[in-house]
Design a protein around this ligand. Structure first.
Ligand code: SAM
Length: 258
């Protein structure tokens, strides 16, 4: 399982000189702003080799307040107004799934507060098969008491089983969250979504890679739906056909949308 405590920010990436030999398994690979990945790069050493993946797939429950505030304050109210049948959300580089379950807990709670039937489904995809296996299990090390605030502990208590050493996602979460292997450099075919989250991923890619990914995500966004894109460069944003939304950092609608 991904180490819930570590994060890419804490990982000491070292620069890869332009003339360096191709990276071998276990080499520390520079990426993000210093040496971003291109569309054609082999992702396996960055995201699949377990020695790199400990850092590059790091995630944790309730990691990102911004996403949860966006769901509760902006995205779900817009979905309720839209009269769409189903609230469908997708986390595009979900690693071991904590982000998906966290979003699902927020959404289920908001459906209840609004006294609405939870017509809701959450999808998580990643290129790392081991992380997708962990996501499907939905069992994680118990977070430390101060890992997140009381409101999130209350949700966890409600929708998961909190044991002395582990937390186990409950039936309602397991039934509404699905996980599969998928490379977001490809365009998804079968489904469309009202909310798409790409969090702590885009910063690994160069501008062309980011543009390709954003076009793929926009292609499956419901009209009036929202994108949460963290790590987008200004260069990419300038011609991505997106507008900032709801005054929430990283939240966007398409220029053609609302
Ligand atoms: C740092 S983790 C972020 C996990 C989660 N989104 C979060 O913010 O906590 C980045 C994840 O993106 C995945 N990833 C990177 N490139 C991808 C791609 N092209 N398609 C799907 N997943 C990708 C990696 O395997 C890794 O698990």
């Amino acid at each position: 399982m991904a180490n819930a405590r570590s994060s890419p920010e804490e990982f000491a990436f070292t620069n890869r000189p332009a003339s360096a030999r191709p990276a071998a398994p276990g080499d520390r690979i520079s990426c993000r702003a210093t040496n971003p990945l291109s569309i054609q790069d082999d992702l396996s050493k960055v995201f699949l080799d377990e020695r790199q993946a400990k850092a590059t797939t790091a995630t944790r429950l309730f990691r990102n307040d911004g996403i949860f505030a966006a769901i509760a304050k902006t995205v779900l109210p817009a979905y309720f107004e839209s009269k769409r049948a189903r609230f469908s959300i997708w986390s595009t580089g979900c690693s071991s799934g904590e982000e998906v379950y966290s979003m699902a807990m927020i959404a289920l709670n908001e459906f209840e507060r609004a006294k609405r039937r939870p017509l809701f489904e959450a999808f998580g995809t990643d290129i790392n098969p081991q992380r997708i296996g962990e996501a499907r299990l939905g069992v994680y090390g118990r977070p430390s008491r101060d890992a997140f605030g009381r409101n999130y502990w209350l949700l966890l208590d409600r929708y998961a089983e909190i044991g002395p050493h582990q937390v186990r996602m409950g039936e309602e979460l397991l039934a509404s969250c699905r996980f599969s292997l998928f490379d977001m450099r490809k365009r998804p075919k079968k489904h469309t979504f009202f909310f798409i989250v790409c969090n702590h991923v885009l910063q690994y890619y160069d501008t062309d890679g980011q543009k390709l990914i954003i076009e793929n995500l926009k292609a499956v966004l419901n009209p009036g739906g929202y994108l949460y894109l963290e790590g987008l460069t200004e260069a990419c944003l300038a011609d991505a056909g997106l507008r900032k939304a709801g005054g929430v950092p990283h939240l966007f609608v398409t220029s053609a949308g609302r």
